[in-house]
Design a protein around this ligand. Structure first.
Ligand code: SF4
Length: 338
């Protein structure tokens, strides 16, 4: 079983690329033909520019289907994208996601050009905490290690012992072999992970503005109107939402669940494009869509990706002194998995 969609995508060396018609077949279930014709000029140009510039496009699972299925070289959750950023030999990385993801790619590739198609693609979690906040937490809790969700700025990572993602948080916390950790900034993720370990969590009041909106009543309503539905929830949701769900996990874990279990009807309690991207490949599965849009992820479009490749906009840079410290907790997380 693949752990994420990216491993199933072909190499995108231009000579090997499928025709526009073949590309359309990847998304025909979720993009009407009339809309597709608006996308094709930008898709063709992006594919040409990638080859010309030795660039790769890394796309998060929350990208829209025409990006996810038609121009991305690698797709996945934050952990998968960090691994691909670490492994690439391309000269340019275009991060189709939000700013902290591009920063993580830059930390792992200080010598490469890392671009984000819209510099304002932020994240409510990353914006909820500063390096100064972490220094204060450490002073208040001497000797307690800091586990930082990857959804943070380099400044925050620089104050951190080890990073985690929603896909490996339990493993990361338990790797430290301690009774107590400071786990920032997502208080719901920390509460949800605390239920799976015996490690005490000192939390921070950060929240994902997309996942915090889901409620227990939403899940009950879905079940009332969709007999037999299987409900999968992201661990950034409130704990009572996870209590009502059949399964919780990262976006890659959700994908694996759907492809392994093949439910007839499924509800993914997460960002909207996740369902679209899986539905494009599985038209036989009914997706109930109680989703919420991430306004930051939705800033990324084909036109902006094309502009990024044409004009090197917008390049992500990190103060070298911060970058050196911020890279360590990311490396430590990636080494752990290996
Ligand atoms: S979905 Fe939530 S965690 Fe992800 S980028 Fe948007 S605000 Fe941040």
């Amino acid at each position: 079983m693949q752990t994420d969609i990216l491993k199933e995508k072909p190499s995108t060396a231009l000579a090997e690329l499928p025709s526009m018609e073949a590309l359309y077949q990847r998304v025909a279930h979720v993009i009407p033909e009339i809309e597709w014709h608006l996308f094709t000029p930008d898709i063709k140009e992006i594919l040409r520019l990638k080859k010309e510039r030795n660039a790769i496009i890394l796309a998060h699972n929350y990208m829209t289907p025409e990006i996810f299925h038609c121009v991305a070289d690698f797709v996945g959750d934050s952990l998968a994208l960090a691994r691909q950023a670490e492994a690439t030999d391309a000269d340019i990385i275009v991060m189709c996601g939000v700013h902290f993801m591009a920063e993580t790619a830059k930390l792992l590739n200080p010598e490469k050009t890392v671009l984000i198609p819209d510099f304002k693609a932020g994240c409510s979690l990353a914006e909820s905490v500063t390096g100064e906040d972490v220094r204060r937490l450490k002073a208040e809790n001497p000797g307690v290690p800091v586990v930082t969700y990857i959804n943070t700025t380099a400044d925050v990572k620089a104050e951190t012992d080890i990073c985690c993602t929603s896909g490996n948080a339990v493993e990361v916390v338990e790797s430290l072999g301690v009774d107590k950790v400071i786990m920032i900034p997502d208080e719901y993720l920390a509460q949800n992970i605390a239920k799976k370990t015996n490690v005490e969590m000192i939390t921070w009041p950060g929240r994902c503005e997309v996942h915090e909106q889901f409620t227990r009543e939403d899940i009950q309503n879905i079940r009332d109107h969709n007999e037999g539905v299987v409900v999968l929830a992201h661990p950034e949701c409130p704990p009572e939402v996870l209590d009502e769900a059949d399964f919780s996990g990262s976006t890659s874990a959700m994908l694996n669940f759907v492809e392994d279990q093949h439910p007839d009807t499924v509800a993914l309690i997460t960002e909207c494009s996740m369902s679209d991207n899986i539905a494009a490949r599985h038209p036989e599965i009914t997706f109930v869509r109680p989703c919420n849009l991430c306004p930051h992820m939705k800033r990324i479009s084909l036109k902006k990706i094309r502009a990024a490749l044409e004009d090197n906009q917008f390049e992500v840079t990190i103060d070298p002194a911060i970058a050196e410290k911020a890279r360590r907790p990311v490396d430590r997380m990636l080494a752990l998995k290996k």
